[in-house]
Design a protein around this ligand. Structure first.
Ligand code: NI
Length: 177
């Protein structure tokens, strides 16, 4: 398929609530998801939401393979998640550094719930239902925020913890989403 252009913070579509997907198992949906996968792979991302390629639909993809170079980065299953819903399992939050393909070269320290349950559907309408914690839970919260028009800088509690990645520290580029 194709690597698509990723729109950046400032584009109005990143502030909009994306629309529910109505029909599964269509060539149109398969093509869009193939483009999202190609785009995420090209940019070494950990996740991508459809609005980031200017498609205002409730579709996210994510996944991180275990990488011996970065033993601290937890693996996350390769997932296509459509019309997702998150349930918070407890009120505990943990701060972690995030990056976003729509906010290039920057990092921010973002509090996220540590333990969640989520469900949604794959491109054929099959139910996906999981519990997640740690980085897996963080990625899902970051991506689902994109569907509600929220970018991670809006979640930063102390703006002193927001800056350019080459000034902040060396972090693996696998965790941009
Ligand atoms: Ni993002």
């Amino acid at each position: 398929m194709a690597v698509r252009k990723v729109i950046k913070m400032g584009h109005p579509l990143l502030l909009a609530r994306a629309k529910e997907v109505e029909n599964y198992s269509t060539a149109e949906l398969d093509n869009l998801i193939a483009d999202m996968k190609d785009t995420m792979a090209d940019l070494n991302g950990a996740g991508l939401a459809a609005p980031q390629i200017a498609e205002s639909l409730r579709i996210v993809i994510f996944g991180v393979e275990a990488n011996p170079r970065y033993p601290d980065v937890e693996s996350v299953p390769e997932t296509v998640l459509i019309n997702p819903e998150i349930t918070i399992l407890n009120s505990e939050k943990e701060s972690g550094w995030e990056g976003c393909l729509s906010v290039p070269h920057m990092r921010g320290l973002v509090p996220r719930y540590t333990s969640i349950k989520y469900h949604g559907y794959d491109q054929n309408g099959e139910l996906i239902e999981r519990e997640a914690s740690g980085f897996h839970a963080r990625v899902v919260q970051h991506e689902v925020d994109h569907l509600d028009g929220i970018l991670y800088p809006q979640r930063i509690e102390n703006m002193q913890n927001f800056g350019f990645e080459d000034e902040l520290f060396q972090v693996p580029d696998e965790d941009k989403m």
